[in-house]
Design a protein around this ligand. Sequence first.
Ligand SMILES: C[S@@+](CC[C@H](N)C(=O)[O-])C[C@H]1O[C@@H](n2cnc3c(N)ncnc32)[C@H](O)[C@@H]1O
Length: 253
Amino acid sequence: MTLQATNLKNKIWFLGRGFAEYLLMFDLNLENLKNCRILDCNAGASSFCCHMNHQGFDVVAADILYGQNPHIMERISENDFRTLMDAHHDLEDKVDWNFFKNQEEMIQYRIKTYQNFSKDYKKEETEHYVNAELPHLPFLDNSFHLVLSSHLLFLYDDRLDYQFHLDSIKEMLRVSSQEVRIYPLVKLRGQGEHSDYVNQIINDLSTEYRVRIQKVNYQFRKGANEMMCIWKKGLGESHCGLTVYDALEVEGK
Ligand SMILES: C[S@@+](CC[C@H](N)C(=O)[O-])C[C@H]1O[C@@H](n2cnc3c(N)ncnc32)[C@H](O)[C@@H]1O
């Protein structure tokens, strides 16, 4: 995978989801994360890292595009915004207007998220935003308690092959002492069904790891209301409270 993947046919979006979406996508309860070090992998222009660190949590974001000149990132994001606006008609039958009331609200939210990311990135570039190209991560074993990865694996299974998925997930497990969570499990070019790789990953990891498919209280793309949780066998159930799925309390967006 190289930066060429940001071009047209094989384009992978840089625009990211906002803080509230992250809490819902990964079923996160902030009370359980107080002593956790978290890695947001392929974080893109999302605002989770920014908001979490401002609230005193310990989050690092990693992405193949970090480290680029901020002007290039700005151009990529502007291009993503244009595509998003143009996609209006294509979107209607693919998405669930529940978290967002309509396209206009979604776009305003994405703009706000991008602005929050961008401001923080320019300020915190070296400390919290790390250049990384999966399937390799520049971190020591067990550097984080929880590793999150959204909107790359499974979703883009038409351009990222199975070996890339397996290697990337094993790499995330290497740097995590407790748990890896991946969202969503659906494929981009489908009608809301799982990527075929979901079952293959479960089979390939099942001797060493526990894998659980967990419903979450978020859905934008139809069918995208599940995450995959993976942790080492023998870890038990209550490290950092991460495997305790409490109800979410998110106020506003
Ligand atoms: C659709 S965005 C998802 C951003 C965020 N995680 C979210 O859910 O909103 C996908 C991100 O994956 C990044 N990416 C693509 N290939 C990658 C790789 N091999 N290693 C790390 N990041 C990659 C892209 O640069 C992009 O920012």
